[in-house]
Write a protein that binds this ligand. Sequence first.
Ligand code: ADP
Length: 347
Amino acid sequence: MNETGEPMGTGGVAALVAALPDPTVILDSQGLVLHANRAAFSLVDTLTPGQPLTHSLRSSALLEALTQTLSDGQSRRAAYETRGTTPRQFEAVVAAIAGGGPERATLLVQIRDLTREQQVERMRADFVANASHELRTPLASLTGFIDTLQGAARDDEQARTQFLDLMQAQAARMKRLIDDLLSLSRIEINEHLKPAAEVELAATVRQAADLLRPEAEKTGTPLHLDLATALPIMGAREELVQVFYNLIENALKYGASPRGIEIVARREGDQAVVSVTDHGPGIAAIHIPRLTERFYRVSVQDSRSRGGTGLGLAIVKHILNRHEARLAITSTVGQGTTCRVAFPAAE
Ligand code: ADP
């Protein structure tokens, strides 16, 4: 309706539809397209004014919703999926326009792309299932040891000592997992806040390396540091230490070798770059794009036996997102792996 209480004229409806951000189509009482906005044309490229909407959007759910809304005037929703190599999920809201008016605008159809929303929902569900499964495994083994200690091994001193050691290892694994899950959620909460303090990059790398020196000595893997000074970046100090800790720890866990690990920090153009290179067995190319996914491991057994949780590189990725930095992993099987992190230098 316009100011005088008359139904809106042709130009009015077209202008209104054009101003809406979501794909929107106006139909007449026969279901023929009267107006559609740019978003609708780019979503449904065969959309043609004067033609039935259902010719270009073939969905029985949508057809049924249009037919019912035309007959009873009630708004309703219809979900549909487009086929193809990557199916996408949509929801169409069908609403009756009261009054119709001179241009016979009768129905409004607004389309929402639910693909991303449903993907996020699925990822969240997968994550909860994975985390529960990872926690249940050590818990089951703890319960098993408790049963044995209460039963068959009740009076066996030697078995008791041995089982308590194993139980301690399982409890430590649960603790590592919970610590990593909490780190991940804390980092995610802050991910959109850009760090406001200036940090000297080399100092954070050195701190991480120092924390891991005992581990390096234990595995006979020298840490070779070559850190340029004066590499200021905008950063959160503790988070950066965690990034380099996780990368150097992985190099020690999977790539221990008497040839050692090279840890280099230097300026490259307008970027500050840190790289961690090991001379371990390397990683096959098919795994590399997935390593930063939560719980993705080349070998679950191998990671577990080394105290891994499968969350280390996911944590690295989230911290680096916050710092607008990029991680690149390159590896040659049989020769070793390099993890390279590039930060925009502070202004
Ligand atoms: P985890 O806790 O299992 O170490 P991460 O997310 O840190 O989890 O790493 C994921 C997987 O990537 C590891 O399980 C391992 O298979 C592989 N990986 C990471 N760093 C290296 C490396 N330097 N050499 C070989 N494999 C590696």
